[in-house]
Design a protein around this ligand. Structure first.
Ligand code: SAH
Length: 252
């Protein structure tokens, strides 16, 4: 039976979803544990890709080749690049680019060689549904007052954005680098390390893909501390709250 894949890079991003799959079957392929079960009425396979583009591409390929997935959803955290993408906001990807792809002067900077493109779009229908689910989850409130205070997040001001996310094999943790990215690619909302790789694999196989990223840090000089605090305390609750609503909307 075809399944929906749920992917995160790291355990804290997926902990609450995995905890909701207690009767699941586990299969290890390529050193990753693929967890098969039923979640909110759907057959799912949940997996941790590990960090970076190659790890993410391997995971996406195994999901499609071995687990017969009909769609892939990625959930995790990212650094905010655009000023509007604040810690605690959610960015739903309309598409991805690799900010560290550069085969110039043979190909235009950012273009993936032999693809004739630098931008890989996500599936429009799934992206719209994921955006709605994120809006509903944030409107209801994902964190309590104590968590908001600990994270330094204002009550009731988190937002959902939809737009371009950048991926690269680098944890962006200086204001200088974040500003360089913003100047080079002004439409970018956030930066992370896996999404563009999954988008490219899904494009190759014709499998619909959608991705959501909660902003854990501002990709600046404080990024490391903000990232760790966010990922440990709250990232998994964002994933579970938003995906639960998303799955409730999916046809059986
Ligand atoms: N576990 C390590 C490394 C985390 S790398 C640590 O403790 O520091 C950061 C992970 O979160 C990646 O999976 C990436 O997709 C995402 N991410 C969050 N903020 C990011 C940023 N500022 N730059 C790049 N990736 C970021």
């Amino acid at each position: 039976m075809s399944r929906i894949a749920i992917v995160s890079a790291m355990h804290p991003e997926l902990a609450a979803v995995l905890a909701g799959l207690p009767q699941a079957q586990k299969h290890t392929v390529a050193g990753r544990e693929f967890v098969l079960g039923r979640w909110h009425g759907h057959e799912v396979v949940a997996v941790l890709s590990r960090i970076g583009k190659v790890a993410a591409a391997t995971t996406a390929t195994v999901l499609i080749e071995r687990f017969d997935v009909r769609q892939v959803v990625f959930t995790g955290v990212a650094g905010g690049v655009a000023p509007v993408a604040k810690v605690g906001d959610v960015v739903v990807a309309s598409g991805f680019m690799q900010h560290d792809m550069d085969a110039s002067p043979l190909f235009p900077v950012y273009e993936v060689p032999l693809y004739g493109r630098s931008h890989f779009a996500t599936d429009a229908r799934l992206t719209a549904q994921l955006t709605q689910a994120a809006q509903a989850a944030l409107a209801q409130g994902i964190l309590d007052a104590a968590d908001l205070a600990e994270m330094g997040m204002p009550v009731g001001r988190t937002q959902v954005h939809q737009g371009l996310i950048l991926s690269g094999d680098r944890f962006v943790s200086t204001r200088a680098e974040s500003q360089r990215l913003q100047q080079a690619l002004p439409e970018a909302l956030a930066v992370e390390m896996e999404g563009a790789a999954v988008a490219q694999v899904c494009h190759d196989y014709g499998v619909p893909f959608a991705a959501l990223r909660t902003i854990s840090d501002r990709a600046d000089d404080d990024a490391h501390a903000d990232f760790l605090k966010f990922v440990e305390r709250v990232a998994s609750r964002y994933s579970a709250a938003i995906l639960a609503r998303f799955f409730a909307q999916q046809p059986h």
